[in-house]
Design a protein around this ligand. Structure first.
Ligand code: OTU
Length: 651
């Protein structure tokens, strides 16, 4: 019955379609995909906006948006769409290795980035998340996440032509381009915000705008503060508008109101616009926040998922080769929901940040034990078959300790005290620690805090270099390699962070900049020193040791089909608390199994071979360490893992 309604609505829309669209040639794939997806699109749109008087008008507008962007999509991209539709597991391959970078920090600007793509290729990186490039008010940019114009590149970094040229050059090199679309909010200097401010109701309806404090107060009862120090509260008084406006993040970032379908259509148009400028993957920022409801913390609401499903279905019609990354830094059980609810296929985002794994890795570094790491991974809900993790150690944001309280307790710690210990450990308030992080977003009311700092500075390389302690330098380098060995073997797409490949230390200059001072995340958004990067060619240097180690690890990963994410990962329960162990199978080559073991302790640790035999690892006498090509250390029927060492063991 409903299918019929949907069918006749589609017919009606097609009949009334703008003649400019109708007369376009070569729309066959578009209409086929629209036909296949319309039922889902219609049901979702109905659930979200069904009671509105302008429902039909809006769904017409939605279809026209998809059609126009399909027409604008060039033939090369359309050919890629078809290839990827045929080979729909393409992104699960172990061939992909990502890096996130700021183009200005990495190479001055977009042209600079293009001229340095060979450096990324040298390392083996073939997926680049170019951090936000759009126009933001200087000094009120939130590192690119307070966008003033969703279609204009920041003139200091380049132009639209530069992005097109970059995308072209990357595609020739078989590299994937990832760009951001900041879905949840705009800058308060965005045109929509300006028009709202000058009193236009249409644009006030794009945001959450209130005359009185009554509703904001109700929201505040259950909302949390994201940036409690710089932007306490979730509403900002706009003097000119004489209204309160919802600002979950910084007070200059106005939350978009997705209960208004016009907002959804605008943002879909922007997603497709960047897909048409060559983005293979779109990173959807802060997706957990897309729906606000009084009485809830306004995160992970059911409707936020419906919006993402709708965006995915629409993207599937116009640009089916394009993937979404969910940036949802939320509780472990909530994160996997952003793949969408289905048995196999991702219905929302194909890729999600593995924030749980990231935070747990840092726990293992501080405690030198893998107990909580093990438990956390064990309680991670299964991901869908055709969805994958983005595994990372550091990114442009802080480290939030968002793992589960129950797991912390099971690992033998009291949650609040343990989190306090971790913050202290990484910010240098713990005596035995050599970490040089800075606290971020300390919340006096809740006692909550997060951590900023570069990988190298957090694992003690900065202090080791200062003191010239060779052993400490070795240890820090080994931890850097160990952590990368984890994200490169876990299953999913590893995402390195620029600068980490040469051991970049904290950059303290943010403290002298009025607009950055209050936001310690700037400490780990470096400008690459290319002279220092040259040292990667000088054997014995820190840069050489890290860079060549990673380069080799990446090359080896690409050669291990068992690491592809359509293969299973089995987490192994081992007795030694310092070790994390898991195995991957290669289903195509049934016999081949790769065993990963990491030692987070500063001393060598061992694993009883008998334990492994019981788990079915029988050929232990002939296994090789795939990373070095050598035989692993075996002594007294025990596998010996050096301090901060790791093995990828296989045939
Ligand atoms: C994202 O971050 C971005 O990655 C941040 O750089 C932005 O400041 C922020 O959105 C606003 O655009 O929304 O779902 O620890 O993890 O701010 C999580 C805080 C987010 C970040 C959180 C995050």
């Amino acid at each position: 019955m409903y299918e019929q309604v949907s069918h006749s609505l589609l017919n009606e829309i097609l009949i009334e379609l703008d003649p400019e669209i109708v007369k376009q040639p070569q729309m066959r794939y578009f209409y086929t995909r629209l036909g296949a997806n319309f039922y889902a699109i219609h049901s979702l749109f109905q659930r979200l906006y069904g009671d509105r008087a302008d429902f039909k008008e809006q769904i017409h507008a939605l279809v026209e948006t998809m059609a126009r962007q399909y027409i604008a999509r060039n033939d090369n991209l359309k050919a890629t769409d078809l290839d990827r539709e045929k080979d729909h597991n393409w992104f699960l391959s172990q061939q992909w290795v990502g890096m996130a970078l700021y183009s200005d920090g990495f190479a001055g600007d977009l042209q600079g980035l293009q001229s340095r793509l060979h450096y990324l290729q040298e390392l083996g990186v073939n997926m680049v998340h170019v951090m936000p490039v759009l126009d933001c008010p200087p000094g009120k940019s939130d590192g690119g996440y307070a966008v003033r114009d969703f279609r204009r590149i920041d003139s200091r970094i380049g132009s639209l032509e530069d992005i097109d040229s970059l995308a072209g050059s990357m595609h020739k090199r078989d590299m994937l381009l990832t760009l951001d679309v900041v879905l949840n909010h705009t800058s308060d200097e965005h045109e929509w915000a300006k028009r709202a401010r000058s009193g236009e109701q249409t644009y006030q309806d794009y945001y959450y705008v209130f005359k009185e404090r009554e509703i904001p107060d109700l929201f505040e009862e259950t909302m949390v503060e994201i940036f409690p120090q710089t932007s306490p509260g979730n509403f900002t008084w706009d003097e000119e508008m004489g209204r309160w406006v919802m600002t979950s993040f910084n007070n200059y970032q106005w939350d978009l109101n997705y209960s208004n379908p016009a907002v959804l259509i605008e943002m879909l148009d922007i997603i497709l616009y960047w897909a048409n400028h060559g983005a293979d993957i779109i990173r959807l920022d802060a997706v957990a926040f897309l729906w606000k409801k009084i009485g809830s913390n306004c995160q992970n609401e059911r409707e936020a998922h419906l919006i993402l499903q709708l965006l995915k279905d629409c993207c599937q019609v116009t640009a089916p080769g394009v993937l979404f990354i969910a940036e949802a830094i939320v509780a472990p059980v909530e994160i996997t929901k952003y793949f969408g609810e289905d048995a196999i296929n991702a219905k929302e985002c194909e890729i999600a940040y593995n924030a749980t794994f990231m935070a747990l890795l840092w726990d293992a570094v501080a405690t030198k034990k893998a107990e909580l790491l093990y438990r956390g991974i064990k309680s991670l809900p299964d991901k869908l078959e055709r969805a994958t993790w983005l595994n990372y150690i550091r990114c442009h944001d802080d480290i939030g300790l968002g793992f589960d309280d129950t797991d912390i307790r099971l690992a033998g710690y009291e949650p609040a005290a343990h989190r306090r210990f971790l913050v202290d450990y990484f910010t240098g308030n713990f005596e035995a620690s050599t970490a040089r992080g800075h606290p971020f977003a300390q919340n006096e009311k809740t006692g909550d805090a997060r951590i900023s700092g570069t990988l190298a500075s957090l694992v003690g390389l900065e202090s080791a270099l200062e003191s010239g302690d060779e052993q400490a330098i070795d240890a820090a380098i080994n931890i850097i390699l160990l952590l990368h060995s984890m994200i490169l073997s876990f299953g999913g797409i590893p995402l390195l962070y620029y600068g980490d490949e040469i051991g970049t230390l904290n950059n303290y200059s943010y403290q002298d900049d009025d607009s950055k001072q209050q936001d310690s995340r700037w400490i780990h958004r470096p400008a690459i020193d290319w002279e220092k990067a040259e040292l990667r060619n000088q054997p014995g240097s820190v840069e050489y040791r890290i860079f060549t180690g990673l380069k080799k690890m990446i090359a080896v990963r690409k050669e291990i089909p068992a690491f592809a994410d359509f293969n299973g990962r089995e987490l192994l329960e081992v007795e030694n608390p310092h070790l994390l162990a898991y195995a991957h199978f290669d289903y195509q080559h049934a016999s081949s199994r790769v065993l990963v073991v990491g030692n987070f302790d500063s001393n060598p640790q061992h694993l009883e071979l008998e334990q492994l035999r019981r788990m079915g690892f029988l050929q232990l006498d002939s296994v090789r360490n795939l990373y070095t090509g050598e035989r692993p250390l075996i002594f007294n029927d025990q596998l010996v893992i050096p301090a901060y060492g790791f093995y990828w063991l296989g045939e």
